[in-house]
Design a protein around this ligand. Structure first.
Ligand code: C2E
Ligand code: CA
Ligand code: CA
Ligand code: CA
Length: 276
């Protein structure tokens, strides 16, 4: 029997029976979802330490499936990467995130989240037109380039195709680059030397636990030495937040501060704090 993921959707697994048929089904369904506006974005706050003040948000995609409910990216991003559908999907995410960022600025002015972070897959960066698409999304939304951060992973930074041209193009636009899941890759350090980024996100597996905090501390020192911003991800407890603050982290993200939220809830949260 095939395993079923959250929401009863059949999880796509390499090597499963009828792999081709499953993939075709996913591709068709996702294409329809894109066309029928079934994709939605949630936004998770990035906050300052120790104050917990909002500095930005990360856009995280969901599939509002008519029968299966709200599906997380783990249910469809791997298949979308494999089929190439990540390219139109990612384009939609980028444009929608830029539109939302501008809507918050129009609504909330200085209280709006300062930065919008958008995840981009290696496959997107390999497309020759990616940097131009980002430029068009900025132009059409009116968002300033410096308020957009593109989160890439190690597989992107070493990627071929048009990747290096795109990375240069993004930097030339003034868009910020963040290296996501920092510390989980095999060649992270040589990569930092060759691919200049503005931010690194300490992977949540290195958030302080009962054991030593040596890695979280060392990554912060590295970031400082390189003049790069460090964000601690996956912060779940007050103890972790306190330890990271003691280590010197000034940016953090995680369930302890806020879950990924609807845009309405982000706006309402900002307004509620304003009046207190
Ligand atoms: P990510 O970029 O590392 O995003 C952070 C993930 O960690 C999110 O999961 C978020 O909900 C979760 N998270 C946040 N705080 C905590 C915490 O305190 N504890 C734990 N255990 N988890 C926390 P989500 O939304 O399920 O996204 C999973 C991954 O899917 C993302 O990991 C990212 O790699 C990918 N993804 C999401 N949206 C997009 C997108 O628009 N495009 C692409 N290419 N990938 C996306
Ligand atoms: Ca549509
Ligand atoms: Ca990310
Ligand atoms: Ca991450």
């Amino acid at each position: 029997a095939k395993e079923r993921g959250e929401g009863g959707y059949q999880r796509y697994r390499p090597g499963m029976e009828a792999r081709g048929a499953e993939r075709n089904r996913l591709t068709a369904a996702l294409l329809a979802a894109l066309d029928q506006d079934e994709l939605v974005l949630r936004y998770q706050p990035v906050v300052t330490l120790p104050e917990g003040r909002l500095t930005g948000v990360e856009a995280l995609v969901r599939w509002q499936h008519p029968e299966r409910g709200l599906l997380g990216p783990g249910e469809f991003i791997p298949g979308a990467e494999e089929t190439g559908l990540i390219v139109p999907l990612g384009r939609w995410v980028l444009r929608e995130a830029c539109r939302q960022a501008t809507a918050w600025i129009d609504d909330l002015g200085d209280l709006a989240p300062g930065t919008m972070s958008v995840n981009a897959s290696a496959r997107q960066l390999q497309e020759p037109g990616f940097a131009a698409e980002v430029a068009a999304a900025l132009r059409d939304s009116g968002l300033a380039a410096g308020r957009l951060t593109i989160e890439i992973t190690e597989s992107t930074a070493v990627g071929g195709g048009a990747t290096q041209d795109n990375l240069r193009g993004l930097r030339a636009l003034g868009v910020r680059l963040s290296l996501d899941d920092f510390g989980t890759g095999a060649s992270t350090l040589s990569l930092l030397a060759n691919c200049p980024v503005d931010q690194i996100k300490l992977d949540r597996s290195f958030a302080p636990g009962p054991g030593p905090d040596a890695i979280a501390g060392a990554v912060l020192q590295l970031a400082r030495a390189l003049g790069v911003e460090a964000v601690a991800e996956g912060v779940e407890t007050p103890a972790q937040a306190a330890k990271l603050g003691d280590l010197g982290y000034v940016r953090a993200q995680g369930f302890h501060f806020a879950r990924p939220m609807t845009p309405e809830d982000v706006g309402a949260g900002i307004r509620a704090r304003q009046v207190t």
